[in-house]
Design a protein around this ligand. Structure first.
Ligand SMILES: *[C@@H]1O[C@H](CO)[C@@H](O)[C@H](O)[C@H]1NC(C)=O
Ligand SMILES: *[C@@H]1O[C@H](CO)[C@@H](O)[C@H](O)[C@H]1NC(C)=O
Ligand SMILES: *[C@@H]1O[C@H](CO)[C@@H](O)[C@H](O)[C@H]1NC(C)=O
Ligand SMILES: *[C@@H]1O[C@H](CO)[C@@H](O)[C@H](O)[C@H]1NC(C)=O
Ligand SMILES: *[C@@H]1O[C@H](CO)[C@@H](O)[C@H](O)[C@H]1NC(C)=O
Ligand SMILES: *[C@@H]1O[C@H](CO)[C@@H](O)[C@H](O)[C@H]1NC(C)=O
Ligand SMILES: *[C@@H]1O[C@H](CO)[C@@H](O)[C@H](O)[C@H]1NC(C)=O
Ligand SMILES: *[C@@H]1O[C@H](CO)[C@@H](O)[C@H](O)[C@H]1NC(C)=O
Length: 413
């Protein structure tokens, strides 16, 4: 077949597809999907309620995910349809995948929250990872048992055999089977967690994805009421701060600020207009000193190659302020890091389980802000009390991996 001919066939198919999609969408728009029986979607459907960066549309034999992060559309074609055999797209605008995926691989080198796959119950189809830098004891156990192979991201022929290769780093070269998963591009904890529906669509597991997200969201929204019920004259002031190359900075990341508000605290950022402080500059030191005198809780986000050795002494050395007399977070012993759950001293569950189950982070923060003493935090450890890390090892996996992981639902009055 000449190039011109197949080009026109492709254009025709594309036009037909766009028409059917548009027709279906307009049916939904007028709230009368039933009036257009030919284009009524069937089976399980996920509706994206909170996340901003993707949308899912349903046709009869296919789905379309519009990914706002890379501007691409993913056409997901049901494997048992004629379309699956005859249609394949890999253009700058659209890529096609045959679903449910028979297998997939994941770019774990740049940190990927594999816990989403555990919650869906599809780790059995996860056949490759680009490195063992994951913070899941059960995924590590599967790597150890040879059920998941380690593949080399620099060798395209090692990534090609998989029905999809999930990545979270947009800068990478993108082959035809790459799908961008961008939960961490969202602005709020719940929006991040709702990306389980994105992955669910690739596995026809919309029902499970909806169920997990609803359970997580209901629990999160219920936990917000706990601090609201505590009568306090003033909200505790929280500073997320990070030291790098002689500069301290307060976070501007919206989801972190949102966590503090939802936990009943107040962000230091709201009251200052300067974000960075150079510890070689006496004026900056003076300003930083004054701000820290107003802070009740410090969350030290400073990167360290030696997480276990990082303690209060390290924090105070980096601060470079000798007079600690006004530091309420020191007298009250409230200096925290989110590296409590860690694999091989480098890979934090903060970038994995904390993304898929934000209710656990919120519960930690509520305990940090309003201590009861009878709740053990999951992700945060208290430096001021010398709390150590929990090292994630494959032998900690106690679960039957053929069943999905259920989200942890915390008691909530
Ligand atoms: C709906 O989801 C269930 C599992 O939750 C699955 O068994 C079934 O095949 C799905 N139906 C469709 C049409 O995708
Ligand atoms: C991965 O592939 C690249 C390019 O072929 C090679 O240089 C590198 O050593 C490989 N890495 C590992 C861990 O095998
Ligand atoms: C993945 O599934 C495809 C079929 O979609 C199959 O051809 C391929 O061999 C499988 N690859 C692996 C690594 O299991
Ligand atoms: C911090 O201040 C010192 C002294 O003024 C200066 O030499 C250094 O370049 C500053 N660092 C940064 C990152 O601006
Ligand atoms: C922190 O660790 C250093 C080095 O191991 C040690 O000298 C110091 O006493 C520790 N500080 C605290 C508060 O435990
Ligand atoms: C220390 O904690 C107690 C009880 O949580 C609180 O009443 C007090 O205001 C805190 N002090 C400072 C300086 O943060
Ligand atoms: C732990 O990390 C180091 C480098 O950071 C690496 O050399 C080593 O192989 C890793 N060990 C395991 C068990 O993954
Ligand atoms: C917290 O952890 C400690 C040590 O593992 C344990 O003894 C204690 O019972 C736990 N507390 C709660 C409330 O779970």
């Amino acid at each position: 077949m000449s190039r011109g001919c197949s080009y026109w066939i492709q254009r025709l198919l594309m036009a037909a597809w766009l028409l059917s999609w548009k027709k279906w969408l307009s049916a939904i728009d007028i709230g009368a999907a039933a009036a257009a029986p030919n284009v009524k979607p069937q089976g399980n459907i996920s509706k994206v309620e909170d996340a901003q960066n993707y949308h899912i549309y349903y046709g009869q034999t296919f789905k379309v995910i519009k990914n706002g992060i890379d501007g691409k559309s993913y056409l997901l074609i049901q494997s048992d349809t004629r379309m699956a055999g005859r249609t394949k797209y890999c253009t700058p605008r659209i890529k096609s995948f045959v679903i449910p995926l028979s297998n997939f691989s994941v770019d774990t080198t740049t940190s990927f929250p594999v816990s989403f796959f555990e919650l869906l119950g599809v780790v059995g189809s996860m056949k490759g990872m680009t490195s063992n830098t994951v913070a899941s004891e059960c995924v590590l156990k599967m790597v150890e048992g040879g059920e998941i192979s380690l593949i080399n991201a620099s060798e395209p022929q090692q990534l090609a055999p998989f029905a999809a290769h999930f990545v979270s780093n947009l800068d990478h070269f993108q082959a035809c089977n790459f799908a961008n998963f961008a939960a961490t591009g969202e602005d709020s904890p719940l929006q991040r967690a709702e990306w389980i529906k994105f992955l669910g669509a690739f596995a026809n597991l919309e029902k499970r994805a909806n169920q997990v997200y609803k359970a997580v969201k209901d629990n999160y929204l219920c936990l917000i009421k706990v601090p609201e019920a505590k009568e306090k004259a003033f909200k505790p002031i929280v500073a997320w701060m990070e030291y790098q190359n002689g500069i301290w900075s307060f976070t501007k990341e919206l989801y972190k600020l949102k966590y503090v508000e939802d936990a009943g605290g107040e962000n230091v950022d709201a009251s200052i207009n300067k974000i960075t402080y150079n510890i070689s500059n006496p004026d900056d030191i003076e300003d930083l000193h004054a701000i820290l005198c107003t802070v009740d809780v410090v969350i030290d986000e400073t990167y360290s190659w030696d997480a276990i050795g990082y303690n209060t002494t390290t924090f105070l050395q980096n601060i470079n302020i000798e007079d600690h007399s006004c530091f309420g977070f020191l007298t009250n012993q409230s200096i925290w890091r989110y590296d409590k759950r860690i694999h091989n001293l480098t890979t934090l569950d903060w970038f994995d389980g904390a993304v898929s189950q934000p209710q656990l982070v919120l519960a930690d923060l509520i305990e940090i802000l309003f201590p009861t003493g009878n709740y053990n935090t999951t992700h945060f450890r208290n430096l001021a009390k010398g709390e150590g890390v929990v090292s994630i090892e494959p032998n900690m996996c106690q679960r039957d991996m053929s069943t999905p992981l259920d989200p942890t639902i915390l008691p909530c009055p």
